[in-house]
Design a protein around this ligand. Structure first.
Ligand SMILES: Cc1cc2nc3c(=O)[nH]c(=O)nc-3n(C[C@H](O)[C@H](O)[C@H](O)COP(=O)(O)O)c2cc1C
Length: 324
């Protein structure tokens, strides 16, 4: 008999699968369905700061996929604070699994204000969905400083775990995660996936790119999960971005994640994939003689494999030399 229980950011999860913040987690009905389907925890759709509304208005004009528009605009408009707090309260009342709220803000004072109210509404943790695109006009360390300052301020007044959903383009990811840990963050999610754009070469217009990730996106997630897990020991990581199979979930845990966030997979395959994934993970654990998640969590992380340089290989020259 295997046990899929795990912990993430101080929360006990009956299994490592977490529904990532998206349109699938924006109502109690959907959240309840996810719980019934076997999910271990839920991250609610983000509550966006007003400022994004302005950004999103511009962006939504070029988004031709309904979910993309939803991602950047529709929900933002509807999602006023009171409604969000109601969602937290109702989700907590209806569900037994951990409910993580998600906030997206730009101004430090707003983050603190939002987080406090969300804590009071009963959320089990807060996930910070933070990213500012630096198109050249912000300082070199603007993004990194924002993560640090926000976590520092939040930890002064927030008791519940604060989880940071990281952007990919951080110059020294393990260094920054180490700082966030030292400041009292509860864990990190590697990574967030942002709105993707494209260029329409017929009409010479900017359009929206793919809304969902694809399996090849997972390699980067795996690499950084393993490196951060090895470099920043005893700190909770949730794998996200590109998880498209039960094998990916097992790989994420081997790389050091304690939880696995699912989004595109749930959209594309429906909620039955949760039970299938859990069954396959259990079967794999049985066959590999692992009784608990902790028995193999991080077994192949950067600190635990013999040749950690394997995670640092980025050039093709040796490995694809057969491709002339
Ligand atoms: C339609 C849609 C809506 C999303 N909304 C949010 C959101 O409100 N907040 C957030 O932090 N991430 C949001 N995301 C990003 C997902 O939570 C997730 O990080 C991303 O899709 C990568 O995971 P995946 O490869 O499993 O899809 C959204 C993604 C999609 C596809």
């Amino acid at each position: 008999m295997v046990n899929l229980e795990t912990t993430f950011a101080g929360l006990r999860l009956k299994n490592p699968l977490v529904a990532a913040s998206s349109g699938l987690t924006n109502s109690v009905k959907k959240i309840k369905e996810l719980e019934n389907a076997g999910i271990g925890a839920i991250v609610l759709k983000s509550l966006f700061e007003e400022q994004i509304e302005n950004h999103s208005e511009k962006l939504s004009q070029i988004a031709d996929y309904p979910e993309a528009a939803d991602y950047i605009n529709t929900y933002i408009e509807m999602n006023h604070m009171e409604k969000y707090l109601d969602l937290i309260r109702s989700a907590k009342k209806e569900c037994d699994i951990p409910i993580v709220a998600s906030i997206n803000c730009y101004k430090l004072s707003r983050w603190v204000e939002f987080a406090k109210t969300i804590q009071d509404a009963g959320a089990d943790a807060i996930e910070l969905n933070l990213f500012v695109l630096n198109a050249g006009e912000l300082g070199d360390t603007y993004l990194e400083d924002s993560y640090v300052n926000i976590v520092r301020e939040l930890r002064k007044i927030i008791r519940i775990p604060v989880v940071i959903k990281m952007a990919k383009n951080i110059s020294n990811l393990p260094g920054l995660v180490g700082k966030l840990k030292a400041l009292g963050a509860g864990g990190v999610v590697l990574f967030n996936r942002f709105y993707q754009l494209d260029i329409d070469i017929k009409n010479l217009e900017i359009t929206s790119g793919p809304v969902f990730s694809n399996p090849s996106d997972f390699s980067d997630t795996l690499r950084w999960t393993a490196i951060v897990s090895g470099r920043v020991p005893d700190f909770d990581i949730a794998c996200s971005y590109g998880v498209h199979s039960w094998e990916d979930s097992v790989k994420g845990i081997l790389a050091g994640a304690g939880a696995i966030q699912l989004c595109s997979l749930l959209y594309e395959q429906g909620l039955d994939v949760i039970e299938d994934t859990l069954m396959c993970m259990e079967e794999w654990m049985l066959q590999s003689n692992y009784e608990r998640i902790d028995d193999f969590k991080g077994k192949l992380n950067y600190g635990n494999i013999k040749d950690s340089a394997l995670y640092e290989r980025v050039q093709f020259m040796k490995y694809f030399s057969s491709y002339k």
